[in-house]
Design a binder for this molecule. Structure first.
Ligand SMILES: [Cu+2]
Length: 142
């Protein structure tokens, strides 16, 4: 025999004050804005590489959920050595790619791996992880 439960609904709408609805919507918009900034925005100005006595520009970039610094400023026409120190176990950042230089660098965990780049013309040269999710920029200025 089939017994139908009394017509109590499984859930019911609890009406909330407009102010609370507005607050929840505002928080949602703030989270969206923060995500856009986090993934797409500029995070501060570039950090300049320092120059060794041999005239090689050098900078160490920490790889931990992102590149720190993620904007690197170097001078045009001088050789450059970028050292990546990876402490992030995520496989996402196990590679860094410099498309403009046709260079791909494997980054072993808990190690510092260096990439030498030839003297370059002024310009903006992005780099990114193997999946193009984590990004940085090399700014070469005259
Ligand atoms: Cu990735």
């Amino acid at each position: 025999m089939l017994i139908l439960a009394a017509a109590a609904p499984l859930w019911r709408t609890i009406d909330q004050p407009v102010a609370l609805k507005g607050l929840v919507a505002m928080v949602g918009l703030l989270v969206i804005a923060w995500q856009l900034w986090w993934f797409l925005g500029r995070h501060g100005g570039g950090v300049a590489a320092r120059e060794s006595e041999a005239g090689v520009q050098e900078i160490t970039i920490t790889v931990d959920g992102g590149y720190a610094p993620s904007r690197i400023q170097v001078k045009a026409g001088r050789p450059l050595r970028l050292s990546f120190h990876r402490i992030d176990p995520s496989g996402c950042v196990a590679q860094v790619i410099f498309p403009d230089f046709h260079k791909t660098l494997d980054l072993p965990l808990e190690a510092t791996t260096s990439l030498e780049l030839p003297p370059t013309e002024a310009g903006v040269y992005p780099f990114h992880c193997g999946m193009n999710m984590v990004r940085g920029v090399l700014e070469v200025v005259d």
